[in-house]
Design a binder for this molecule. Structure first.
Ligand code: ADP
Ligand code: MG
Length: 208
C-alpha cells in the first residue's frame, strides 16, 4: 500500500492540531524540568510551517518536508526546532522527489529522520530526550510493515512512542536543559518525548 502526499499533508495537519490541543501540557512538562517554552516553541513552528505549506503548495514529498524542516530550523528557538527540523529535512532527502511512498520507503524516511536527530543532538538511549520515544517508534514501524500493513505499523509505532515517552519519567536527564537538574529530573516526563509521541499518534491517525 502506497502512502500519498495527501496522507502526509494530513499528518502535518494533525500534528498541528495535537500541538495546539496539548500546548499547555507540553508547557507544563517543560516548566517542571526545563524553561517552560516547549509548547510555545512547537506551536510557533507548526503555525509557521503550515503557513508556508499553504502558500507554496508543494506537490512532491521532498519539497513538502524540506519546507517544513527549514521552517522549523529557522523559526523555532530552543533545542527542539533544529532537532525536529533536521528530522524532517532528512525525511525529505530520503523520500526523494516523488508524490507517494511505499511502506518500505516511508520506514526508510523515518529512519533517516531519526539518524538526523542523532547526528544533531547526539542523544543516546535513556538520556531522557525525544530520542527515547522516537527510536522505539521508528523501529516498531519497520517491524510493523514486515508483519502487516502500513496502518498497523503506524499504530505499533504510536504505541511504542507513547511507551518510550512514559518511561522517560523514571530516567535521569543527561542531555538538554533538564540535565542541569540531575537526579531531580526523575519523576517527570520529558517534554520532547511527549511531543514525539504526538507526532506518531498523528501519523497513525493520518495513515489509518
Ligand atoms: P530548550 O530545551 O532549548 O528550551 P525545547 O524546550 O523546545 O528547547 O525542547 C526541549 C526538548 O528537546 C527536551 O525535552 C528533549 O526532548 C529535547 N532535547 C534537548 N536536547 C537534546 C539533545 N541533545 N538530543 C535530543 N533531544 C534533545
Ligand atoms: Mg524549553
Amino acid at each position: 500500500m502506497a502512502v500519498t502526499l495527501e496522507q502526509l499533508l494530513n499528518w502535518l495537519q494533525l500534528i498541528d492540531e495535537h500541538i495546539i490541543e496539548q500546548r499547555g501540557y507540553l508547557t507544563e512538562l517543560d516548566s517542571a524540568i526545563g524553561d517552560g517554552d516547549h509548547g510555545a516553541n512547537l506551536a510557533r513552528g507548526a503555525a509557521a510551517a503550515s503557513n508556508k505549506v499553504d502558500f507554496e503548495h508543494p506537490e512532491y514529498i521532498d519539497d513538502l518536508f524540506k519546507l517544513v524542516g527549514m521552517t522549523l530550523v529557522s523559526s523555532v528557538g530552543g533545542a527542539s526546532g533544529p532537532l525536529y527540523g533536521t528530522f524532517f529535512l532528512r525525511f525529505a532527502s530520503s523520500a526523494g522527489h516523488v508524490a507517494e511512498l511505499s511502506a518500505a520507503q516511508l520506514a526508510s524516511a523515518l529512519e533517516a529522520g531519526l539518524a538526523g536527530v542523532v547526528e544533531r543532538g547526539h542523544p543516546e538511549r535513556d538520556d531522557k530526550t525525544m530520542f527515547d520515544a522516537m527510536e522505539p517508534a521508528v523501529l516498531a514501524f519497520r517491524t510493523g510493515i514486515v508483519d502487516g500493513d502500513v496502518p498497523y505499523a503506524a499504530v505499533l509505532a504510536s504505541h511504542a512512542a507513547q511507551a518510550g515517552c512514559d518511561a522517560t519519567a523514571g530516567l535521569v536527564a543527561r542531555k538538554g536543559r533538564a540535565s542541569y537538574l540531575g537526579e531531580r529530573s526523575v519523576g517527570h516526563i520529558d517534554p520532547g518525548a511527549a511531543s514525539t509521541a504526538l507526532l506518531f499518534q498523528a501519523l497513525a491517525e493520518a495513515l489509518a
